[in-house]
Ligand binder design. Structure first.
Ligand code: MLT
Length: 316
């Protein structure tokens, strides 16, 4: 019987589906890299979320590995080139957590506009600081969406429903898709110059690494509010801190960090930073969907060779 390691906490549906399909799921979460490397050769497939990093040496040690599934969108915790070299198929579940992540970005924007976490903490502390928490409306304001794939499109759609003007920067955006979404496209320069709120929905790659830096911030409106539910690596964190201290950036809502888990960070403790621990996709709904998709995709590939949502299908 083919064995599938579920290396990160996933909805129980994942295990159930694998079993029903005649595979042997092994749930072993929280393993240290050395432990994972030591047992990796037992598995035909591995399912991860974001906690486990599948490095080259783990992939090379996994002599029987045929497929890896990421129950989520980003595959930056998987050494895809190493998998391709070993003919290991890498799949993600790109649509499963799109709505949840987009909704979290909208929630973060609302929280930034009205200082909700700070007001909540203050009120629980019995302070009644009514004057301190004056916010801003979002109606009629401009939201800049940097990166408009599946998640960015959800954010843009919801923001239009909230009566915002939406500007989108995405080199892959076609005129047809922009018009179907009802958004205006812009250059990054225009988006930075015109937006009151800016939300990032890009993957991390050489072009996006550190893109939210001093230079970018200097092109934004004074008092801009920024949301990052994409990847921590897009932020030049020291530049952002400086902008938050000077008031150039009025607020940052941040779900992702360059190094995770982030138990210490230069943003922590800042009054104008709202921080969440990479939970944008953490809803029951999304986790059920990505767990089901990951299990089905692995079972299909191991049992029938059917490939779905592969990121290196052309290399296998
Ligand atoms: C993803 O890439 O799917 C999201 O960042 C969610 C996650 O990693 O938990």
């Amino acid at each position: 019987m083919k064995k599938v390691l579920i290396a990160d906490k996933a909805d129980s549906l994942c295990e159930k589906i694998l079993r029903e399909r005649g595979l042997e799921p092994v749930v072993k979460t929280g393993m240290k890299p050395e432990e994972l490397k030591a047992c990796a050769d037992q598995f035909d497939a591995i399912i991860v979320r974001s906690a486990t990093t599948l490095t080259r040496d783990i992939i090379e040690a996994a002599k029987n590995l045929k497929a890896v599934a990421r129950a989520g969108s980003g595959v930056d915790n998987i050494d895809v080139p190493a998998c391709s070299e070993k003919k290991v198929l890498v799949m993600n579940t790109p649509f499963g957590n799109t709505v949840s992540t987009g909704e979290h970005a909208i929630a973060m924007m609302m929280a930034l506009a009205r200082h909700i976490p700070q007001a909540n903490a203050s009120t629980h502390a019995g302070k009644w600081e009514k004057k301190k928490f004056e916010g801003v409306e979002i109606t009629g304001k401009t939201l800049g969406v940097v990166g408009c794939g599946n998640i960015g499109a959800v954010v843009a759609d919801r923001a239009l429903g909230l009566k915002m003007n939406v500007l989108v920067f995405d080199p892959a955006m076609t005129a047809g898709r922009a018009s179907a979404l009802g958004v205006k496209t812009a250059t990054l320069e225009e988006l930075y110059a015109k937006s009151d709120f800016i939300t990032y929905h890009v993957t991390i790659n050489p072009a996006t690494k550190g893109m939210l830096n001093k230079d970018a911030i200097s092109r934004m409106k004074k008092g801009v509010r920024v949301i990052n539910c994409a990847r921590g690596g897009i932020m030049a964190e020291a530049d952002i801190k400086e902008a938050l201290l000077s008031g150039q950036m009025a607020g940052l809502a941040c779900d992702v960090y360059a190094k995770e888990p982030a138990t210490e960070h230069i943003f922590f403790g800042m009054e104008n930073v709202i921080a969440t621990p990479h939970i944008a996709a953490s809803t029951k709904d999304a986790q059920v969907t990505v767990a089901r998709q990951a299990a089905e995709q692995i079972a299909d590939y191991l049992l029938t060779g059917k490939i779905t949502n592969a990121v290196n299908g052309d290399k296998i």
